[in-house]
Design a protein around this ligand. Structure first.
Ligand code: CMP
Length: 299
């Protein structure tokens, strides 16, 4: 599972309504530099959970800069305005005059003050002549927030299209969209294993999955069915069942939106009118009713 967004820019740092006013500038770079930057971002503890699209955009917007040996790149206690990736040379990180470590090519630094809206936590000095890639606070935070907001509205639209969720109030849908995690699977991946424990509920946003249930001895297939976009599974976990009663595997590439029991109950619990929409089609009606029963049973 890959986390949708492990970190987000401090909301107070940038007014979301101004996001569309910010122009992001991209800078040409060689294939080697692009790869070095991407690897550096994915290797950084605070940034490795960013989405691939965010990593690519940050990489694209980083501009080149060089500094001579001995220069102070970052001064502890200053307001931070830039995140760096070191391409060539070596820097030293120190705090209150004490050396913490030295950093070589392919590493991110200067991310903390921007991510956490705090002052610089350490001083960074060039030990050699250095080449850096840099992105400023505004560009960085715009990428973080713009992507987040686009995702949020895409998820909300998608949830609104799921019959069982259609009648949820708009604010609940968008809160649900906000706590969902997007997860990706490839052909044959187990999304859920029968007998394993779990407390998460899945809505398929792309692709198809196979649900199979075996008898206790594991030598007889009791149920096999496929589910696709808009269908959900893992719902028994939301009802308090920790042990998975069936296995679910990906048929080709699959994207799911996942929510855990606690968040789901906080948001949906208490809403017993979920999906009582009338329908002419008996089969659809039966499905909607089953779903409505399920959603009210977890409330
Ligand atoms: P920031 O606080 O913005 O500016 C100083 C940077 O030094 C900081 O982000 C980190 O990138 C880096 N840094 C701080 N502490 C350490 C540490 N203990 N080890 C390595 N790098 C650090």
């Amino acid at each position: 599972r890959t986390k949708r967004q492990a970190i987000s820019a401090e909301p107070s740092a940038l007014d979301p309504s101004k996001l569309s006013d910010v122009t992001l500038t991209s800078y040409c770079k060689s294939k080697e530099s692009s790869e070095l930057i991407q690897r550096a971002l994915m290797d950084n503890d605070f940034m490795k959970h960013l989405e691939q699209g965010q990593i690519l955009t940050i990489m694209d917007c980083m501009s080149p800069t060089s500094l001579a040996k001995g220069c102070c790149v970052i001064q502890e206690g200053d307001d931070g305005s830039t995140v760096y990736v070191l391409e060539e040379g070596k820097v030293e990180v120190s705090k209150q005059g004490k050396k913490l470590c030295s950093i070589g090519p392919g590493k991110v630094f200067g991310e903390l003050a921007i991510l956490y809206n705090c002052t610089r936590t350490a001083t960074v000095t060039a030990l050699t002549d250095i080449k850096l890639w840099a992105i400023d606070r505004q560009g960085f935070q715009t990428i973080m927030m713009r992507t987040g907001l686009i995702k949020l509205s895409q998820y909300t639209d998608f949830l609104r299209s799921v019959p069982s969720l259609q009648s949820l109030p708009e604010d609940v849908l968008s809160k649900l969209a906000d706590v969902l995690e997007e997860t990706h699977y490839s052909e044959g991946d187990y999304i859920i294993r029968q007998g394993a424990t779990g407390d998460t509920f899945f809505i398929i946003s792309e692709g198809q999955v196979k649900v199979s249930q075996q008898n206790a001895a594991g030598d007889e297939l009791l149920v096999e069915k496929s589910l696709s976009k808009g269908d959900w599974f893992g719902e028994q976990a939301l009802e308090g069942e920790d042990v998975r009663t069936a296995s679910v595997t990906a048929v080709g590439d699959v994207t799911c939106l996942v929510i855990d029991r606690e968040s789901f109950k906080q948001l949906i619990g208490g809403l017993d009118d979920v999906n009582n929409k009338p329908s002419d089609d008996n089969e659809v009606e039966a499905k909607l009713q089953a779903e409505a029963d399920f959603f009210s049973s977890v409330s």
